[in-house]
Design a protein around this ligand. Structure first.
Ligand code: PYC
Length: 419
């Protein structure tokens, strides 16, 4: 464990200001050791949260997190940071609600301001079929103790005055699923907070360390090969996104996953006016406003499987048209940046978590477009799974063997937009 002066506080700020003493790095670099109890592949929010909860909840600190690039450089740094638990299945609602609970306490727990903002989440319905799905989701949510209700177009207008709720809009708004606990968080702060806290508890974080092979003997994982040397380990967790099938292949494990790019964009900052997250499935768009005032937009995944993370003009044009159908007064706003991340889509839009047929080789993959919101609960559950050798009840529905057994979860109807 590191010295307590590592703690961030107002007093520490004053002390550093007066003394001019530099802050210690948020996490350290290490030589790669030849053995660890647990190796986690993927230094995004899932891998880092798992490492943190292994150390904090189970006292397992002989852990290495390996990332082929920099921490949070994959899906964790490319998502639109929307949090919600208004899913369609009871399994999903329970799971994502625990994540929201962890997110709400994360800044205090990690001693790191993750800028969690619970501001409400609206999923617009533009036709009768969507209204029916919203009612269905509201009932499932309420039955699990999660706040969600169907509201009408007037109430939508009250929450988002700039929204065009007129009957002559191209896609008139009939109502929405309103989910008050939903919100946003600062995604890179979440990554850095978990990384720093895991480091403080003794976990080793290794950036620029690509896994090139996974050793398996007699049906059991024995270690990994990396660009910085070989490691022996009795437990290896694949917590990657975008490359989950390629990493699983190294261990001889096949995953029912296809990878698609998902593009997003951000505008110049403007005065705060949008105080909820807004999603329109029919228009394939979601939007929220950051604390700095930028609007963050996202859409559906690109219509072809690919590992490309390039942006396209078609996306920007489509996105702009759809946003303006919802809020025509934004027509003068300028887009600053667009980017894309990779989504590992499963057949039932639910993740794959837990053990595989290779003993000691676990997966936390297949997050589709839901990965970032699940980071804390996935970390907590995977740490529990590793420590106790079996999946906790919360993630039993998501094990890999469900595909062979035909126990699919069916979470597609909770996707923010059509995919
Ligand atoms: O499921 O809320 C969601 C979402 C937003 C962006 C990507 N997925």
């Amino acid at each position: 464990m590191r010295e307590s002066s590592h703690r961030y506080s107002a007093l520490a700020l004053v002390r550093h200001g007066i003394s001019g003493r530099p802050w210690s790095p948020a996490w350290r670099s290490h030589d790669l050791r030849q053995r660890y109890d647990v190796v986690i592949i993927g230094g995004g929010v899932h891998g880092l949260a798992t490492a943190y909860y292994l150390a904090r909840n189970h006292g397992i600190t002989d852990v290495a997190v390996l990332d082929k690039g920099y921490l949070g450089g994959g899906g964790s740094g490319r998502n639109t940071a929307i949090l919600r638990s208004n899913y369609l299945t009871p399994e999903g609602v329970r799971f994502y609600d625990r994540s929201l609970e962890l997110y709400a306490g994360l800044a205090a727990e990690l001693n790191f301001n993750v800028m969690f903002s619970r501001r409400g989440h609206l999923t617009l319905a533009h036709n009768d079929a969507s209204m029916r799905t919203m009612r269905w989701r509201a009932e499932v949510n309420k039955a699990s103790g999660v706040e969600s209700e169907v509201i009408d177009a007037d109430e939508v207008k009250r929450l988002v005055p700039r929204m065009d709720v007129s009957a002559d809009a191209r896609f008139p708004i009939l109502g929405a699923l309103y989910h008050p606990p939903g919100g946003i968080v600062r995604h890179d702060a979440v990554v850095w907070g978990y990384a720093r806290a895991a480091d403080t508890l003794g976990v080793q974080l290794h950036q620029d360390t690509e896994v090139t092979g996974i050793d398996v003997a007699n049906g059991r994982v024995t270690g990994v090969r990396t660009t910085r040397g070989d490691i022996s380990a009795p437990v290896v967790l694949n917590a990657t996104a975008g490359w989950s099938t390629l990493v699983a292949d190294l261990a001889g494990v096949r995953l029912p996953v296809q990878t698609f790019p998902l593009q997003a964009a951000v505008t110049e900052p403007v005065r705060p006016f949008l105080h909820t997250v807004v999603v329109s499935g029919s228009l394939h768009v979601y939007v929220s406003q950051t604390a700095r005032g930028e609007l963050v937009f996202g859409a559906s995944v690109d219509p072809f499987a690919s590992y490309s993370t390039r942006g396209s003009l078609e996306f920007t044009e489509g996105l702009a048209g759809h946003v303006l159908q919802l809020m025509p007064s934004l027509s003068k706003l300028r887009l600053l940046r667009q980017w894309s991340g990779l989504c590992d889509m499963t057949p039932d839009f639910a993740p794959i978590m837990g053990h595989t047929d290779v003993e000691g080789f676990l997966v936390d993959v297949g997050w589709g477009t839901y990965g970032f919101k699940a980071g804390p609960v996935a970390g907590e559950a995977m740490a529990d799974c590793i420590a106790h050798g079996r999946p906790p009840e919360l993630i039993e529905p998501f094990t890999l063997d469900r595909f062979a057994a035909g126990r699919l979860v069916g979470e597609k109807g909770a996707a923010a937009v059509g995919h």
